[in-house]
Write a protein that binds this ligand. Structure first.
Ligand SMILES: [Zn+2]
Ligand SMILES: [Zn+2]
Length: 338
């Protein structure tokens, strides 16, 4: 994504892989400590060994698969249609006032499906990428690009967590948490035996550390995972949780909230069999990375029916009935936002 500026650029690029290498080193050591030191050398029961090894391999496989997909998914760039031609960029730069800039942006964005605005109510423009920002897209200074539905830039995966890998990231957190809880709970009794000095052997320090590290990671992953579960159910990205998205009508932290089950499907897709596998899925009616369903009051020309229900359209001509929200009522009086 960024520009390649000689050896320094390569140093920075290599440096960014350190957290990923750190995580992989811990995972591979945990594999050795669990499989060799715990299961092979410490546990006597054949049945227990087998069961532990089967579950361990299932969890580590799911965890590493999700992690791999989060790290190596290429985030697809903003479509060409959002790019602003150079002649228009020059006009923007030469504009005498903020109002003149807003007017130019309004004209450029009139045929684009954008409902997010800046804090001053203008169409969002990225001067670095020279494009109109699609809804929920933000410029990432690390990736040096505008990223669709950017959640945050995560150094632990050396990638932006965004529209194309958000599901993988959640599964990575979930499977990593299961992996750590499984290790901590199955090593607990051996940890106690070693701690009390009832057991001794080569594996002592491996198993003591394994328990501590699994417990430590489980605690930190736990809060992160459940925080993201909350965000998914409320249809907010991490960035939107800190700064609610702006619409023509003003800011609305629930602007993209279309009900918990729809919010879940917007991230995990409609195919239930693929929900918990790190395979890209989506529910095409619930957003495509560029256009997302928004609550009725943020639509351009909203359509209301006499039953008080609203119709949300997705910008591609597809509509679905959505429950009326309390906030809809005052919008019936007019569409004059701030
Ligand atoms: Zn940008
Ligand atoms: Zn990034």
């Amino acid at each position: 994504m960024g520009k390649q500026n000689g050896s320094c650029w390569w140093c920075v690029k290599a440096f960014k892989w350190i957290p990923v290498i750190f995580i992989l080193t811990i995972v591979f050591w945990s594999y050795y400590a669990y499989v060799v030191q715990l299961c092979y050398y410490t546990i006597d029961s054949y049945l227990q060994k087998t069961l532990y090894l089967i579950f361990f391999h299932i969890f580590i496989a799911m965890f590493l698969w999700s992690y791999w997909k989060t790290v190596f998914t290429d985030l697809i760039s903003v479509p060409e249609v959002f790019k602003v031609p150079l002649s228009e960029v020059e006009k923007l730069q030469q504009a005498q006032s903020e109002e003149a800039q807003c007017a130019i942006l309004e004209r450029l964005g009139q045929n684009l499906p954008v409902s997010n605005r800046t804090i001053r109510g203008a169409i969002r423009f990225c001067d670095k990428c020279q494009l109109i920002k699609p809804d929920r897209a933000h410029h990432c200074s690390v990736c040096r690009a505008c990223v669709l539905k950017m959640d945050h830039h995560c150094p632990w995966v050396n990638n932006c967590v965004a529209y194309h890998n958000y599901k993988f990231f959640i599964l990575f957190l979930g499977y990593a948490l299961i992996y750590c809880v499984f290790i901590a709970s199955t090593t607990l009794q051996y940890f106690i035996h070693f701690w009390k000095g009832e057991l001794d052997g080569m594996g002592k320090f491996h198993i003591l550390f394994l328990f501590f590290i699994a417990l430590m990671f489980a605690v930190s992953l736990n809060s992160l995972f459940f925080y993201h579960c909350y965000l998914i159910l409320h249809n907010r990205s991490t960035l939107e949780a800190f700064r609610p998205p702006m619409f023509r009508m003003g800011k609305d932290k629930d602007g993209f909230n279309i009900g918990k089950y729809n919010n879940f499907q917007e991230v995990f897709g409609e195919n239930k069999k693929l929900w918990f596998l790190p395979i890209f899925t989506r529910y095409v009616f619930l957003g495509n990375g560029v256009v997302y369903p928004v609550r009725a009051q943020h639509q351009g020309p909203s359509t209301y029916n006499s039953m008080g229900n609203t119709q949300n359209s997705f910008g591609d001509g597809i509509s679905f009935p959505e429950r009326t929200y309390d906030e809809d009522t005052h919008n019936l009086l007019g569409d004059n936002g701030p």
